[in-house]
Design a protein around this ligand. Structure first.
Ligand code: ADP
Ligand code: ASP
Ligand code: MG
Length: 437
């Protein structure tokens, strides 16, 4: 059971989490995110220190510490529990204060980012202890690891976690941190923003759990981005592939790559609402359930690169050479379209853009369009449905679409539009494909 930032962001929410995890007597591992707003605040502190702006960092640390003191004053009631909670907050903020005094580097930044999940789990554990709820606090840094390419090491995680669980076989409930892990150098690292979902899926796969429940602030995966369009509805069931496409192409409710571990071990994933625990939510499993379009998601900040070359005409091996450039700079390509004289690809980071463009130049004329959005239409067997395609283009008449990817997968059609058309595209598709406002 994984609980996100808003699900632990207030003392009364933590009480609710305690109720939810004690509703049955099943053995479980509970993964917690940081309190909502904390990771953003820690990012701000790291940024200030990176710019050597120590005063600004100190102001931000003090503000965050005050928030935690208010939080614990309401969370626990007994003097013993409050003293313990104060000591936890004191220890972690002393650490942050020490960091402001030493020279800053990227490894230290990762330590800063880890404080949120360490605090939330220790404070929750203190509350459970006060309530007499038996549990064991499992340090994620003792079993969650990534390799030199920042990829989670599922088999090492399996081995370490099962040993830890064996050592505490008298316990039925374990609490652990989402997001944080150790890297190949043994340093504290993380699974990128939103990574607690990934932690939950990795643990579920490692222990072959009966279910992986992701508890959040909405009743499941909706058909469209509820932050952008007015009327959205929860989807009952998604296949692993459909959910992975939606998460990767922008549905913020799930970390972009968190589906594969659960899919690997065929563990169903449920998306549930902490505030409405009895709502059905969404189940993600090996079967799609119904056919047709299920949801739309958008990923913005995309860069389109077009390589135009007459030499591509009748040439084989041309695409390989182009892809090798992206491989060299470890930059994944999201979308690709080709014609006889041009190839267009999209990437989601400008980290190595200048170097990539430079290396592509010998192949032809390069055009770069920044500020693009991929809109993905996801569903079961839509990649072969002419009906979906005609509806799609009918609906999107007012929007200039610059790329279309169709047929690559049976459950995805992707379009590229400029960022300024993102909202309009999502709104038009909401009425055109779902009959919703
Ligand atoms: P948590 O802190 O629990 O991890 P997140 O904020 O990461 O929660 O994810 C939940 C949020 O995702 C929702 O509040 C909602 O605004 C947003 N969201 C974006 N797209 C979707 C979608 N298609 N379905 C449901 N929620 C979505
Ligand atoms: N706390 C981390 C973040 O805000 C991880 C997570 O919430 O999933 O990104
Ligand atoms: Mg999240």
């Amino acid at each position: 059971m994984k609980f996100g930032g808003t699900s632990v962001g207030k003392p009364e929410r933590m009480y609710q989490v305690a109720d939810l995890i004690t509703r049955d007597n099943e053995s479980k591992i509970v993964v917690l995110s940081a309190l909502s707003g904390t990771t953003n605040a820690l990012v701000g502190i790291g940024d200030a220190l990176a710019k050597n702006n120590k005063e600004d960092a100190k102001t931000q640390i003090d503000k965050l510490e005050a928030h935690y003191h208010t939080f614990i004053a309401e969370l626990v009631k007994t003097p013993a529990a409050l003293a313990k909670a104060k000591a936890i907050v004191g220890e972690h903020f002393e650490f942050l204060n020490i960091i402001t005094k030493i020279s800053f580097n990227e490894a230290l930044n990762k330590d800063i980012l880890a404080q949120g999940e360490l605090l939330s789990t220790k404070l929750f554990s203190t509350y459970l202890e006060e309530k007499g709820i038996d549990h064991y606090l499992l340090p994620a840094l003792d079993f969650m690891s990534i390799d030199a390419n920042d990829e989670p090491q599922l088999s090492a995680i399996k081995t370490k976690l099962s040993q830890l669980l064996k050592n505490h076989s008298d316990k039925k409930m374990f609490i652990t941190q989402g997001y944080i892990c150790r890297n190949s150098k043994g340093e504290v690292d993380n699974l990128k923003r939103g990574g607690s979902d990934y932690t939950a899926s990795l643990i579920a796969a490692a222990i072959k759990a009966t279910v992986c429940e992701i508890w959040t602030d909405i009743d499941g995966m909706h058909n469209n981005d509820p932050r952008i369009v007015k009327k959205t509805v929860a989807i009952e069931q998604l296949s692993f592939d459909e959910a992975a496409e939606l998460a990767y192409f922008g549905a913020k409710i799930l970390h972009p790559t968190c589906i594969w571990p659960a899919q690997h071990e065929n563990v169903p994933v449920k998306l549930l609402n902490t505030m409405q625990p009895d709502a059905a939510g969404t189940v993600i499993r090996d079967e799609a359930g119904s056919e047709g379009v299920k949801a739309i998601a958008a990923k913005d900040g995309i860069i389109a690169i077009k390589i135009k070359s007459s030499r591509m005409l009748l040439a084989y091996g041309f695409l390989r050479k182009i892809f090798e450039v992206f491989e060299k700079y470890r930059t994944p390509i999201d979308m690709i379209t080709t014609s006889e004289v041009a190839v267009s690809v999209t990437i989601d980071t400008d980290a190595n853009l200048a170097a990539i463009v430079k290396e592509l130049e010998p192949f032809g004329t390069i055009e770069v369009d920044k500020n693009q959005t991929i809109v993905s239409i996801v569903g079961n067997k839509i990649g072969s449905s002419a009906d979906v395609l005609s509806k799609l283009f009918d609906t999107l008449k007012p929007v200039p679409v610059s790329m279309v990817s169709y047929g690559g997968s049976p459950h995805n059609i992707s379009l590229l539009v400029a960022d300024q058309y993102k909202i309009q595209t999502l709104q038009l598709l909401n009425s055109g494909l779902f009959g919703l406002e």
